[in-house]
Design a protein around this ligand. Structure first.
Ligand code: SF4
Length: 495
C-alpha cells in the first residue's frame, strides 16, 4: 500500500513530466504574437516565419569591432580597428544586450555573436560569452573569417582542464575573394582558390567532433559584388559536401567604412544573385514558401541534398506542399526545435500528434510525395543519406537611404518617396535586431551599421584604446592570446 506521501511524490513527478513535455512555452508563444502584431501588413503572408515559428534573428554590437583581415566592403565604421578586443567588456555588454533581448523578444531566439573577428577573443572569453547567451535562452552563432587554428577551436570547446565545456558549436564563416590578408592567400585570385581554405575550416570541426564529440552547425557566408557574382554557382557546387548546413550570400551594400567601397555594387541585383544561387543548387529556387521578414531583405530556400542533387522540402508551386506548411505553423509553429534534446522533442511532438492525429496522415503523404520526387532508387543508392542545406540571400540596405528613413520613423513620419517608403517597410519588418540596453530599444542591424556604429565605435575607441608600446605597435595580443593562430602558414588546419 502506498502512503499518502508516496502518492503525492508520484503526482508531483507526473506533473513535472507533463510540464516539461508541454508542446510549447506560453511565454514564447506570447512573444511571437507580439512580434506578429508589429509586422507591417505587407509581410503578413502565409509563409511568414516571424510570429509563426520564431521572433527573428538577433546580433550583438559594440563588443569586439576589431578585425585582422580587410574586407571590401566592410560594414564596420572606420574606427572599428582602433578598439582593443577586451573579454570583460564583451561579456558585460553581451550580458546586458541579451538581458534586453530576453525581456523584449521572449525566451528563445537565434543570436549571432558578431562584431569584428570573434576569434580575436581569447577562447575562455569566447566560451564564457557563448554561455551567457545560452543562459538567456539564445542559441548563439559565432561569426568568423575562419582564419584560426584547430588549437583555438579545441581550447574554445574544451577549456583549460581538457573537459568538454561546450557540447555544440555554431559558426558562420565568411569567405570571399575580396577579403584580404588570410594566411597563405593574402589576395585570392578567385573564389575557387579559396576552396582549400573553406575545406580546412570545416575539417577542424569534423576533427573536433571525432576527437571530443562536440556537435556543430556551420554556415558559409559570402559577400557578392559584380566581381564575384558569376562564381557563386561554382562555390556551391565545389563546397556542397564540405559540411556547411547553410550557404548565405550578401549582395554588397554601401554601408560602413566608405574607404572600402570599391565597385558598383548595385549591379549585382538580388534577382541576379538569387539566379546564380539557383544555378549552383541545380534548379531555380522558390523563396515564398517560407519568408523571414521582408523578401526584399531576405530570401530563403530550405531543402536537402541526396548525392549531388538539392531538393526543397516543400515545392512552392504545389498546393499540397503549401498545405503542409500551413499545418506545420498551425500545430507545430509554437514549438522550439533548436537546442531541444531529441528525447524531449520526441515527447513534445507525440503530445501534439496525439491531439491532432491528422498530422500523421499529412506528414506521411508529404514524405511519400517527396520520396517520389527525389527518386526511390536514388535514395537507396545513397543509403538514405540526406544532408539538409539552406540557401539564403540577405540584402543589407545602403546607408544613404537607411539614415533618413530611420530618422523619419523616429519622428513617426511615413515617407512619401517610394525608395524611403520601401526602406521604412523593410526596417519595420526587420529580421535581424540589435539591442541597446542603455535606452531599452531594439534597432535593425541596417540602422546599427548605417546610423549608430560610427559614434559607438568612436566612444569605444576612447574606452578601449589600443595600447601603444612604440609608435605604430599595439601591446594588445594580436590574436586574442597565443592560441588562435600558429605562425603564418604553419596552422595545422591550413593547406
Ligand atoms: S538588417 Fe536591414 S536588410 Fe537585414 S532584415 Fe533588417 S532591415 Fe532588412
Amino acid at each position: 500500500m502506498k502512503t499518502e506521501a508516496q502518492r503525492m511524490g508520484v503526482l508531483a513527478r507526473l506533473r513535472a513530466v507533463a510540464h516539461a513535455t508541454r508542446p510549447y512555452d506560453p511565454e514564447f508563444a506570447e512573444a511571437m504574437e507580439r512580434r506578429w502584431a508589429t509586422l507591417p501588413d505587407i509581410v503578413k503572408t502565409p509563409g511568414q516565419i516571424i510570429g509563426q515559428h520564431g521572433v527573428g534573428c538577433e546580433g550583438t554590437h559594440g563588443v569586439f569591432p576589431k578585425c585582422d583581415l580587410k574586407c571590401t566592403p566592410c560594414y564596420h565604421s572606420r574606427d572599428a580597428n582602433q578598439v582593443r578586443v577586451d573579454g570583460t567588456h564583451t561579456r558585460e555588454q553581451v550580458a546586458a544586450q541579451m538581458g534586453l533581448l530576453r525581456t523584449l523578444r521572449g525566451p528563445r531566439a537565434h543570436t549571432q555573436l558578431i562584431g569584428g573577428e570573434v576569434s580575436l577573443l581569447p577562447p575562455d572569453e569566447h566560451a564564457a560569452t557563448l554561455q551567457i547567451m545560452r543562459d538567456h535562452g539564445r542559441e548563439p552563432m559565432s561569426f568568423t573569417h575562419g582564419d584560426f587554428d584547430y588549437g583555438y577551436l579545441e581550447r574554445l570547446a574544451l577549456g583549460g582542464d581538457g573537459g568538454r565545456r561546450l557540447g555544440r558549436l555554431s559558426f558562420a564563416a565568411h569567405f570571399d575573394r575580396f577579403m584580404y590578408g588570410r594566411r597563405g592567400i593574402e589576395r585570392p585570385s578567385s573564389e575557387q582558390a579559396l576552396n582549400p581554405y573553406r575545406e580546412a575550416f570545416t575539417h577542424m570541426f569534423a576533427k573536433l567532433r571525432r576527437q571530443h564529440g562536440v556537435r556543430y552547425f556551420l554556415a558559409h557566408n559570402m559577400t557578392v559584388t559584380p566581381g564575384n557574382l558569376d562564381e557563386i554557382a561554382g562555390v556551391i557546387r565545389d563546397c556542397r559536401t564540405m559540411g556547411f548546413g547553410m550557404f548565405s550570400f550578401q549582395p554588397a551594400a554601401f554601408l560602413g567604412d566608405e574607404r572600402r567601397w570599391k565597385e558598383r555594387y548595385r549591379e549585382a541585383t538580388p534577382d541576379a544573385v538569387w539566379a546564380e544561387i539557383g544555378r549552383g543548387a541545380g534548379r531555380p529556387l522558390g523563396y515564398h514558401v517560407f519568408q523571414n521578414g521582408d523578401v526584399r531583405c531576405n530570401r530563403t530556400a530550405y531543402g536537402f541534398y541526396v548525392g549531388d542533387r538539392w531538393h526543397p522540402f516543400l515545392e512552392d508551386d504545389d498546393p499540397r506542399d503549401l498545405a503542409v506548411r500551413d499545418a506545420f505553423f498551425r500545430h507545430f509553429g509554437k514549438m522550439s526545435f533548436t537546442g531541444t534534446r531529441p528525447a524531449l522533442l520526441a515527447a513534445r511532438l507525440s503530445r501534439v500528434i496525439a491531439r491532432h492525429p491528422g498530422t500523421v496522415v499529412t506528414a506521411t503523404r508529404w514524405l511519400l510525395r517527396t520520396l517520389r520526387r527525389v527518386g526511390p532508387v536514388r535514395v537507396l543508392r545513397h543509403r538514405f543519406r540526406v544532408r539538409p542545406v539552406t540557401f539564403v540571400m540577405h540584402q543589407f540596405m545602403d546607408a544613404d537611404v537607411v539614415a533618413p528613413a530611420w530618422e523619419m520613423m523616429q519622428r513617426g513620419e511615413k515617407a512619401q518617396d517610394p525608395e524611403l517608403l520601401e526602406t521604412q517597410e523593410r526596417l519595420a519588418a526587420c529580421h535581424y535586431a540589435m539591442a541597446h540596453p542603455e535606452d531599452g530599444t531594439l534597432v535593425p542591424a541596417c540602422v546599427q551599421h548605417a546610423v549608430l556604429d560610427p559614434a559607438e565605435n568612436a566612444q569605444l575607441r576612447t574606452l578601449l584604446p589600443l595600447i601603444e608600446t612604440r609608435p605604430g605597435q599595439s601591446a594588445a595580443p594580436r590574436h586574442g592570446g597565443d592560441v588562435r593562430r600558429t605562425p603564418h602558414g604553419a596552422g595545422e588546419a591550413h593547406p
